[in-house]
Design a protein around this ligand. Structure first.
Ligand code: 0L1
Ligand code: MG
Length: 257
């Protein structure tokens, strides 16, 4: 099985690197488990590290009902962020690097201390250096953006890029802030940070617990994306994407035309 997992990791890594569509792994291996999928994710990320990418954080996925409903999967998942995935605030991306990218508004935490295992919300908040508005670019490598839980987990939980706005004080109350996602200046999704498990810090608590199951910890200096607040919006050539979070500010990027 180990060599199979390595082969499946190569398939998802190539699909992400070369931006091409692949069939669901579960169509090839129907008994693929979620544990197998996290092992595939780790192996595929190891290939990126071998090419020089550096781990800079973690993304939480499916932490809001809007996201669960959009993709038909109802369990929290997580993925790994690398430096190569970060897009400069106000910067641009090329469509050709993605298969069928979407964008979603998020809250980002910057950590000043490690976190792992069972932690309280107060302990999680005490480890936060700063908070910021963020956008995640998700891009399932599967045909038609359709997958089962093991597929999406193996595919780094669809993560393919992220943009972080200006960092703000960690004591800012992010429990219930209004959020607007704009495409070309038009509001395409609205929501509240409370959509993330009732409070985004709960996502950080869950992140610490979930990485510990894989013998990892959230490290000081890492960015943790708390999960999509609204359903994601399809990106298109030339589109300007922006999110505004009440009291936190805005963050944006442009898709090259
Ligand atoms: O919240 C998320 O980042 C979900 C990512 C995985 C599911 C998807 O592709 O939308
Ligand atoms: Mg997300």
């Amino acid at each position: 099985m180990t060599s199979n997992l390595a082969r499946l990791a190569e398939i998802v890594d190539d699909a992400a690197r070369l931006a091409h569509e692949i069939p669901q792994l579960t169509s090839m291996v129907p008994d693929l488990t979620v544990d197998d999928a996290y092992a595939i994710q780790a192996l595929s990320l190891a290939r990126r590290y071998a090419r020089g990418e550096r781990r800079v954080g973690m993304k939480m996925g499916l932490t809001s009902r809007a996201k669960m409903a959009q993709v038909g999967v109802s369990e929290m998942i997580w993925g790994r962020l690398t430096d190569a995935m970060q897009v400069e605030e106000g910067g641009s991306i090329a469509m050709g690097r993605y298969v069928h990218p979407r964008v979603e508004p998020e809250v980002a935490f910057l950590l000043k201390a490690p976190l792992s295992g069972a932690v309280t919300q107060a302990q999680a908040l005490a480890a936060v250096e700063a908070v910021a508005p963020a956008l995640e670019i998700i891009d399932s490598r599967y045909k038609d953006f359709k997958f089962a839980l093991p597929d999406v987990v193996a595919d780094n939980s669809s993560s393919s890029g992220f943009v972080v706005g200006e960092w703000r004080r960690p004591d800012l109350d992010v429990a219930n802030l209004g959020v607007v996602l704009e495409a070309d200046g038009q509001a395409v999704q609205v929501g509240s940070t409370a959509a993330i498990l009732g409070h985004p810090v709960r996502s950080l608590v869950a992140a610490a617990r979930l990485v510990a199951q894989w013998g990892e910890r959230l490290e000081a200096g890492w960015i943790v994306l708390a999960g999509g607040i609204t359903a994601a919006h399809h990106l298109a050539p030339g589109m300007a994407a922006r999110t505004v979070i009440q009291g936190l500010g805005s963050v944006s990027f442009q898709v090259e035309g």
